[in-house]
Design a protein. Structure first.
Length: 150
């Protein structure tokens, strides 16, 4: 799909029941990363290969549903609904609750921080972290997606 920012370009083309509008909304959400925390309508239009007015309609729909919020007129940033979904996803895994006491024990015995991640395709998601209170700090935040070699 020309102009698409899908990370798996070509996968699923030809799947029945695809919804172009939903795909575009997801493409917009996937445009955000550590280096791009705010997007303008012009940025979105360019990356999607659509008119600015079309991009603005997508952005307004995402904003109206809490997935995005306006950033003082400079563009759009992720909204509270994304945080809610991340919390629910983390809660649904359940692994953190089981691992946290073990991780605390490891930290107590070793004096080193502990990190729990889950592989998802070619990336890992930080599920839980326990700091040791030493100068050695973990740079991974809960919910952060990292390259698998990180």
């Amino acid at each position: 799909m020309p102009g698409s920012v899908s990370r798996d370009a070509g996968i699923g083309q030809g799947r029945r029941g695809r919804n172009a509008t939903a795909d575009r909304a997801l493409d917009i959400l996937l445009m955000f990363d550590d280096d791009r925390l705010v997007l303008s309508a012009a940025d979105v239009a360019t990356r999607l290969g659509v008119a600015r007015s079309t991009a603005l309609r997508y952005l307004q729909s995402l904003t109206g549903n809490g997935f995005l919020e306006e950033d003082d007129g400079s563009g759009f940033r992720l909204g509270p609904r994304v945080v809610d979904l991340a919390r629910l996803a983390r809660k649904g895994v359940g692994l953190s609750d089981l691992a946290r006491p073990v991780m605390r024990g490891l930290v107590k015995r070793t004096g080193m921080p502990a990190l729990l991640t889950r592989r998802t395709g070619g990336t890992v998601v930080c599920l839980e972290r326990v700091d040791a209170g030493t100068s050695l700090r973990l740079s991974c935040e809960r919910g952060e997606v990292l390259a698998i070699n990180a």
